[in-house]
Design a protein around this ligand. Sequence first.
Ligand SMILES: [Zn+2]
Length: 100
Amino acid sequence: MRDILAEIITKDITGDQAYELINTVVGKFHDGELDGELNFLLGMDNFEWAAFCHAMDLEVLAEWRRTGWPDVCSFCHSNLNFREYGWTIQDDRLRCLNCL
Ligand SMILES: [Zn+2]
């Protein structure tokens, strides 16, 4: 198992290398060479994985890991607790589902 975001934070890998690594791990996963949950193989929690699946930029996501997630919608500025879901990612920013 890797911790992709931690490796970006410590600058052990670049964002581009992170995407290559993910492609490799996903490929092995689909070939049946790796067992387990894909997000845990990559060291992402469920929220980070959801953001990544919404095309969130990995370097921005790593920054959120380091400094904490926003607690308001970036578009309408209403309070938002990412742990309760009800959000999506747009342009690498957190957006609530009420202002779609
Ligand atoms: Zn909003």
